[in-house]
Design a protein. Sequence first.
Length: 115
Amino acid sequence: MYRPTASLIAVAAALLGVAVVFAACSSAPSQSDRKVVDDRVIASDVEARLRNDFVNANDIQVVTFNGSVQLTGYVDSLELRNKAAVVAGQVEGVKQLTNSLQVRKSPARELPRTS
């Protein structure tokens, strides 16, 4: 009858330990993975807050990288541009905000004709 020796049992235990370590490391998200997820969450939260506070936030785009948020697009007034920055800056996780929103130029009004 075959009996495993102590060294064979030690090698098997070591291999099992290495396998467990590799499995644990491969399943844990890396720091860069967490940042990507965090940036997506931050961008989603900013977009949701803007939709709640603005009638038309469809013309505002949100880009996030490492907690820095940039707003781009168009709004109808300087007041709305500033309000968007305040709203976005209040979202949890925003470390820095760049407000690149542009104010739409109002169309020129025609003067009434006089005859």
